[in-house]
Design a protein around this ligand. Structure first.
Ligand code: AMP
Length: 282
């Protein structure tokens, strides 16, 4: 497995792989790898000859009061996990290389970021679409895999790739959970034991919502009310949003008559947690 820190070196390698007719798959990450990331890597390997992953904690997607400095990092064990997952190349640029002095070009969507996480994190998606565009220009993949854990991010990347005619296939990877249902996330490392138990309220709410749909419920308001009650049972949990929306436009729905994204975001103490499921009416 190659570990490449230089943008120029990564571009040269991708050029030569492409000249040899190799198909390149790409999984961008911010590191502190868990089984969610590794499942994307396994999926990506099915679609290409060469698997490139990146580990880069992207400053442009963190707001001024967010956890950029505290974000967990573990480069050595990430490299070992990547090797075990069959990664061929890990790209590990520095912030100074990605955003050198004088940097001023950003990629931004008009509407999709004005929903869900974008409402409370105003620079988040601008930072993501910018860094993903840059990484696509550096790694030059044929196919890239993003997790359904970050459903809005996946919808935004799909839209951006279509809108900007990027010749890259985008694949969504299944959301991977711990055995008790908690969605895997690098940020779970912040949780105390008590918070770790309370965090289960998110996946529990999604399960209860699926049960309500199976029992014939169609009113989004009823599902939101159940969820609000369940999440509010934990005094340390502050709800950011409980959304039932169209999986493509992310516009809120009042009735669940077709597959509907149910997405949740909360602050549990100082930790932001998100989770989602697609509700499929009977
Ligand atoms: P991150 O390192 O958090 O930026 O995530 C890198 C990629 O891994 C993104 O495409 C995420 O959607 C994906 N990912 C993170 N957690 C999970 C999970 N629990 N299941 C599946 N994919 C995930």
């Amino acid at each position: 497995m190659d570990v490449i820190g230089s943008i120029h070196e990564m571009q040269s390698l991708s050029d030569s792989l492409r000249q040899q007719g190799k198909r390149i798959a790409f999984v961008p990450t911010m590191g502190f790898l868990h089984d969610g990331h590794l499942s994307l890597m396994r999926e990506a390997k099915k679609h290409a000859d060469i698997l490139v992953t990146s580990i880069f904690v992207n400053p442009a997607q963190f707001g001024p009061n967010e956890d950029l400095d505290a974000y967990p990092r573990a480069m050595e064990s990430d490299l070992a996990k990547s090797r075990d997952a069959g990664v061929d190349v890990v790209f590990t640029p520095t912030s100074d290389q990605i955003y050198p002095e004088g940097y001023e070009t950003y990629v931004q969507l008009e509407t999709l970021p004005n929903h869900l996480c974008g409402l409370s994190r105003p620079v988040f998606f601008k930072g993501i679409t910018t860094v993903v565009t840059k990484l696509f220009h550096i790694v030059k993949p044929h196919v890239a895999v993003f997790g359904e854990k970050d459903f809005q991010q996946l919808a935004i990347i799909r839209r951006m790739v279509k809108d900007l005619n990027m010749d890259i296939e985008i694949i969504g990877g299944t959301l991977i959970r711990e055995a008790d249902g908690l969605a895997m996330s690098s940020r779970n490392a912040y949780l105390s034991d008590d918070e770790r138990t309370e965090a289960l309220r998110l996946s529990q709410s999604l399960s209860k919502a699926r049960e309500m749909i199976t029992a014939g419920e169609t009113q989004a308001a009823a599902i939101k009310a159940m969820t609000e009650t369940h999440l509010s049972g934990c005094p340390d949990m502050t709800i950011d949003y409980i959304s039932l929306c169209d999986p493509e436009t992310l516009d809120e729905v009042e009735t669940v008559t077709s597959p509907t994204l149910m997405a949740l975001a909360v602050m549990l103490g100082k930790t932001r947690l998100i989770d989602n499921t697609v509700l499929v009416p009977q």
